[in-house]
Structures are given as structure tokens and as C-alpha cells.
Ligand binder design. Structure first.
Ligand code: UD1
Length: 347
């Protein structure tokens, strides 16, 4: 059984779902309902061709304790009734930590996909979710060597396996479907542009910070396609901040392949997303990260990714030259296969 709830988890689910299906293994999908807008949920499932979830817990939005608590309450009877051999949880969201606690306390074997990431920033809700999930899970599926090292330092080596990164699996297998022109044509874009996303609590909940970032983006000398997460739109409205100003052009969230296509032909990505930093790295596109740290430090070495927490020096960062990475820290596209092998082995 996979427990997912937020957009990045649907992307991580895709290669696992395919791999389980190719082995004829029965796979149940539980959607917590943390993300419910069609652009963040149904459209992603449809675009990626993932089976419709077997159960949707429809928890929706709310303060973190309420959201996490609602998932715990609603998922327990589902776990008890369905009694799966393994429960898979993904990444670092409130759905991850709630799914893990409910599953392990129900006595179900639980495996964490994308284990061992650490930002060392305890103000990030995701960092707390990662630590709790790793320590509670039975099987830790690490995407990188560094994640393995992190798990080792916390005494978790005996439950940890290096499998590679499932998002890299998806990107490597769908690379030939990336079609920048279809997306740029549909958006009426010609010439150079950068892509941006902002959705982290630290950048959206603090309205002064949000204003600072919007101004920095608006001042760039080339079009900025701002792919707006609902959290950003809501925060901007609350703060009376106009997003569509200066260089910024606001668009709705895209399906995964369209987003990869848009980034692939851009001059750069400016983001606070974790997954997108890594996807830009894999696409060979320079990334500027609007945060004080990255949980994907492999992207930072060699300058493919640079941290600019307040959007400082943004123009110079957009204009910088980078050399395409020659290393493969995220694996060779076999993570999902290795994960399924491990689940079978450890059953
Ligand atoms: C969550 C994850 C984050 C991940 C992100 C991907 C946590 C703590 N955070 O953040 O790690 O990077 O998903 O998108 O779990 N909203 C809608 N419609 C939706 C979903 C959200 O309008 O379908 C708005 C609501 O105003 C909501 C806010 O976004 O209150 C925050 O949503 P939430 O799911 O709590 O967190 P994300 O910011 O999406």
C-alpha cells in the first residue's frame, strides 16, 4: 500500500506504481487528500497515468496539527481493514509522517521512500517530518550516498538501503517525451525566460519575505514565468502583494511533463522547491534556490544550484554560466525496481 497526499508524492509514486504493476503485485493507493485542487492532484495522476487512488481520506487543508491528526484518525481503520504486507510512505509531508505513525502503530511494516534527507533546519516542518518518519519506519530507502551517511549518523544503518532516487527514475524514463516547444507555444513564450516557483512556509507565511522575493523576481531583465502554487496565491492575496508585476508572468500549476518541458528550455530555475532543484540538475538547467540550505546538497557542488535565501544578486545568478554535471548522484533510473526487489526480499 502506498500512502500519498501531496503533489511531489504523486510523482514519486509513479515509478513505484509501474514497477509493482510489472511484477503483478497488488498495490493499493491511499490518497490522504492533503492536496485536492485538480491542478495539484487529479491532473497529476491523469498526466502521469497513475491508477486512481483506492481510498481518498479527503482531509484537506488546515493547521499542521489538525491536518496531521485528521490523517491519523482517518487512516487507521483503512489500514486495519486492508492489512497490507507493506506500507510505503514518500518524502517529507504531513501525509508522510501521519501515514508512518498510523502504520507502524497498527503493527504494519513501513518503508520510507526518500529516507535520510536532512536540511538541518528545524524550523522547516518537512525536516521534523523526515526525522520522525525515518526513526519510526522499518525500512529506509535512501536516494543518495549522503542520505545513507545521514542515516548512519543517527544509528539507522541496519535498516537503510541505498536504492537511488525515484524522481530521477521518472525523469530518465520520460526524457524523450519532454517537449519544450509545445509548452512555450501554448504559453506564447518566445526568447529567453526563467521559471520560478515559491511555496515554502518560510517564504509565503512571512509577508515581508514574500514581498522581497516578488520584487527581486519582478526586477529581472527577462520574463519570469511564475508557476503559482495555491499557497503562494493565497498568501499574496492576504498580503495585498501583486504577483503579476514587472517581469513576472503568473501561470497556474502544470502537469509534471509540461513543467519539465518548461524548465528544460529555460535559462534557469528560481525556486524553493526541493524536488525541482534536483530535476533542474538532472535537466542540466542552472537553479537558484530561495532558501538558506538544500536537502539535495549534491546539486550545489559545481555551482549548478546556488542558494539565495532573500533573492539577492538574482540577475547575476540568472546570467551565470554553468557546466553540465558529469556525475550521477541520484542513480541510473533503477530505484523503483530496487525498492520492489527489497520489499519482496524483506517480506
Ligand atoms: C506541502 C508539503 C511540502 C511540499 C508541498 C508540495 C507539508 C508540511 N508540506 O506543502 O513539503 O513541498 O506540499 O506542494 O506537508 N492549498 C490549496 N489547494 C490544495 C492544497 C493546498 O489551495 O490542493 C493551499 C491552502 O491554502 C493550504 C496551503 O495551500 O492551506 C498549504 O497546503 P499544504 O498541503 O498544507 O502545504 P503545501 O504548502 O502544499
Amino acid at each position: 500500500m502506498s500512502v500519498v497526499g501531496a503533489r511531489p508524492q504523486f510523482i514519486k509514486l509513479k515509478p513505484i506504481s509501474d514497477s509493482l504493476a510489472s511484477r503483478d503485485l497488488h498495490h493499493l493507493i491511499i490518497h490522504t487528500g492533503q492536496h485536492y485542487d485538480s491542478s495539484l492532484s487529479d491532473d497529476i495522476f491523469t498526466g502521469l497515468g497513475i491508477p486512481t487512488p483506492d481510498v481518498n481520506l479527503a482531509v484537506g487543508s488546515g493547521p499542521q496539527a489538525q491536518q496531521t491528526g485528521e490523517i491519523l484518525i482517518r487512516i487507521e481503520p483503512v489500514l486495519q481493514q486492508m492489512d497490507p504486507e507493506w506500507v510505503l510512505v514518500y518524502g517529507d509531508t504531513n501525509s508522510t509522517v501521519a501515514g508512518t505513525l498510523a502504520a507502524v502503530k497498527t503493527g504494519l511494516k513501513t518503508a520510507h521512500v526518500e529516507a535520510g534527507l536532512r536540511s538541518r533546519n528545524r524550523a522547516m516542518p518537512e525536516e521534523i517530518n523526515r526525522v520522525v518518519t525515518d526513526h519510526a519506519s522499518d525500512l529506509l530507502l535512501a536516494p543518495t550516498e549522503l542520505a545513507m551517511t545521514n542515516l548512519g549518523k543517527e544509528g539507522l544503518s541496519d535498516r537503510s538501503f541505498l536504492v537511488g532516487d525515484v524522481m530521477a527514475d521518472l525523469l530518465l524514463t520520460s526524457r524523450d517525451q519532454v517537449n519544450p516547444q509545445a509548452v512555450t507555444d501554448s504559453l506564447g513564450l518566445s526568447g529567453d525566460y526563467v521559471v520560478s516557483t515559491v511555496h515554502r512556509a518560510s517564504n509565503t507565511d512571512d509577508l515581508d519575505q514574500l514581498k522581497r522575493l516578488v520584487i527581486a523576481l519582478a526586477r529581472l531583465d527577462l520574463p519570469v514565468v511564475l508557476v503559482a502554487h495555491p499557497r503562494l496565491t493565497t498568501a499574496a492575496k492576504r498580503g495585498g502583494i501583486a504577483l503579476a508585476q514587472g517581469a513576472i508572468r503568473v501561470i497556474e500549476p502544470l502537469d509534471h511533463l509540461s513543467m519539465m518541458s518548461l524548465i528544460a528550455s529555460s535559462k534557469g530555475l528560481i525556486t524553493d522547491s526541493g524536488g525541482l532543484q534536483k530535476e533542474a540538475f538532472l535537466l542540466g538547467i542552472p537553479c537558484t534556490t530561495l532558501r538558506t540550505e538544500s536537502e539535495w546538497p549534491e546539486t550545489l557542488s559545481g555551482g549548478m544550484n546556488v542558494l539565495a535565501p532573500n533573492g539577492e544578486n538574482l540577475q547575476a545568478l540568472v546570467d551565470r554560466n554553468v557546466s553540465t554535471p558529469t556525475t550521477h548522484p541520484y542513480g541510473i533510473g533503477r530505484a523503483a525496481e530496487d525498492i520492489v526487489d527489497l520489499l519482496i526480499e524483506q517480506s
